[in-house]
Design a protein around this ligand. Structure first.
Ligand code: HEC
Ligand code: HEC
Ligand code: HEC
Length: 457
């Protein structure tokens, strides 16, 4: 045992000297921007820990030191996969907003690379010059790929952006889509429409833990709002629908939700309505099909945006739109990493994240794990995706209780405390929680020129 204790630091120190000699040449100023960023991610060791199959250093096979290294790598990849960002940089592609926010945050805070790592790999901690270069690269990439023309100049580089007033749509399709969204003929017994679970006067949700579909059947996962769903990178908690049109094809054939067995039945039911069919065929000459019905619904859902929340007014430059407490809440929201997953216009909807990175959410919940709890794993079947969920958007969140995919949290206070505990690894005080909740209340926007409300509340 004694031998090991001396040998390990020795080998590590030696390895450090060698590695230092081999890798530590800071990127030169003449490198193209992307090459410079690629080199920082490699030299900083990010690629040695945050990928599924890293090249292990020679000491990874030694006892003790090796186990520590392997555990760091396991935890690192479990919490953050940097490969897509690295690939996008190499291929001159687009880095996701979540990756930009996450890497920006750890570099700003100086928390990555892990101190443990650069003690071994001398010189791999980022120099102040590299830090500046990396942050600069991130804000330039953000400006180029995620233009933020609505925000005031001072907020142009924020991880969160204002909602657009509107996006381009075909109004004739919107009108048809709005009718279909409220049409119970999409359900087998004429009792349920999309609006049954996503009514627009109740903030696009039903405020139930689990929704009730045809014949009183109850589902197994909480209904997210349809407002601002347009911004999500995929739809559903497990991301199984790529677009809103794909999504709209789901509920009508879901045995619990609307209960039809095929779109042919739905088309036949709608075709019996001569006036509707005539109006529909004017816009869609190919007539009633799954593709045209879901296209019209998608077009309508593109109009379900809620701009001009107090927070958006603030981002656009109106300093009086938020109180001092609400601004402090936003600062805490950024300080505690919330704005690394809850990013973009919808404050979320751009990535899958593990529920329970820092503590065992499902163990603590204490109830049996359901199929819905598997999250993204339902689709991909990989271990890595177990309990990973599409991050929900936080727009209008004050109106959409209960919270989480399992609908277990009745209040925002509980949801915020859980997020800090399970996703960030800190326990918030009541006063900090209250400030963040005040901030979240400023995310209620306007629909058709009036503040969104919820008749259930
Ligand atoms: C020695 C391995 C190691 C290296 C090198 C390393 N990380 Fe990490 N990283 C970790 C571990 C371990 C965690 C925490 C995982 C956890 O707590 O579950 C982490 C967490 C993170 C997170 C998640 C947010 C957070 O604060 O927990 C990000 C983002 C991240 N690292 C980015 C980077 C970047 C960028 C680099 C390169 C500059 C880097 N890491 C280098 C091991 C490493
Ligand atoms: C019986 C209640 C019910 C009905 C009816 C229903 N939904 Fe949903 N909706 C849900 C639930 C529950 C989810 C979450 C399911 C999941 O993620 O697996 C959901 C998810 C969604 C999402 C994804 C939002 C996001 O953030 O991922 C959209 C968009 C949506 N529904 C639109 C519709 C449309 C359009 C219709 C009509 C064609 C419809 N829903 C009918 C309950 C319902
Ligand atoms: C690592 C990514 C990540 C971080 C960091 C994070 N969240 Fe979340 N957030 C999620 C995921 C994933 C969910 C959905 C979890 C579920 O339903 O099981 C979620 C859900 C929520 C919800 C409930 C939304 C709903 O519609 O049910 C709120 C509120 C929330 N987060 C706020 C916060 C706050 C406040 C912070 C900072 C203290 C934070 N989040 C940090 C990923 C994250």
């Amino acid at each position: 045992m004694k031998k090991k204790v001396i040998l390990v630091p020795l080998v590590i120190a030696l390895g450090g000297v060698l590695t230092y000699r081999l890798v530590n040449t800071p990127p030169s100023d003449n490198l193209p921007m992307n090459d410079m960023m690629e080199q920082i991610l490699t030299d900083g060791g990010c690629m040695a820990c945050h990928v599924s199959n890293p090249e292990l250093p020679f000491y990874a096979n030694l006892p003790i030191a090796g186990d520590v290294v392997k555990e760091d790598i396991r935890l690192a990849y479990r919490s953050y996969d940097i490969q897509p960002m690295y690939d996008a940089i190499r291929n001159d592609g687009t880095v996701s907003e979540v990756d930009l926010a996450k890497v920006e945050k750890v570099i700003k805070d100086g928390t990555m690379p892990l101190a443990k790592y650069y003690l071994i790999h001398w010189g791999s901690s980022l120099t102040s010059k590299e830090t500046k270069m990396a942050l600069d690269w991130i804000s330039k990439h953000r400006a180029a790929k995620y233009p933020n023309s609505l925000a005031a100049v001072e907020f142009a580089n924020e991880p969160v952006r204002p909602v657009h007033d509107s996006v381009p749509v075909d109004l004739r399709k919107v009108i048809l889509g709005e009718m279909l969204f409220h049409d119970t003929r999409l359900s087998v017994d004429n009792t349920v429409s999309c609006a049954t679970c996503h009514a627009l006067n109740t903030a696009g949700v039903d405020n139930k833990r689990f929704s009730e579909g045809v014949r009183g059947q109850v589902g197994g996962v909480n209904a997210p709002t349809v407002f601002n769903a347009h911004y999500n990178f995929v739809q559903f908690w497990d991301g199984r629908a790529k677009t809103l049109a794909d999504q709209a094809g789901g509920p009508p054939l879901n045995p619990i939700e609307m209960g039809h067995t095929s779109f042919d039945d739905i088309c036949a039911a709608l075709a019996a309505d001569k006036d509707f069919t005539a109006a529909f065929t004017q816009v869609y000459p190919e007539g009633l099909t799954q593709a045209t019905i879901t296209d019209a619904i998608q077009e309508f859902e593109r109009t379900l945006l809620t701009p001009d929340s107090p927070f958006d007014k603030y981002l656009k430059g109106d300093k009086t739109a938020l109180t001092a407490d609400e601004i402090s809440g936003y600062e805490l929201f950024k300080k505690y990493n919330c704005a690394t997953c809850h990013v973009g216009e919808n404050l979320g909807g751009q990535s899958y994240e593990l529920m329970g990175i820092k503590a065992d959410y499902f163990g603590d919940r204490g109830t049996e794990i359901t199929f819905e709890d598997h999250g993204r794993n339902k689709e991909t079947k990989t271990d890595h995706d177990m309990h990973r969920f599409k991050v929900p958007g936080l727009r209008n969140i004050a109106l959409t209780a209960p919270y989480f995919h399992d609908g277990t949290k009745a209040t925002l206070e509980e949801a915020v405390k859980d997020m800090a505990h399970y996703e960030v690894g800190i326990d918030l005080s009541d006063s900090e929680t209250a400030l963040i909740v005040k901030f979240l209340h400023t995310l209620t926007g306007e629909y058709k020129g009036k503040p969104l409300t919820n008749d259930n509340m």
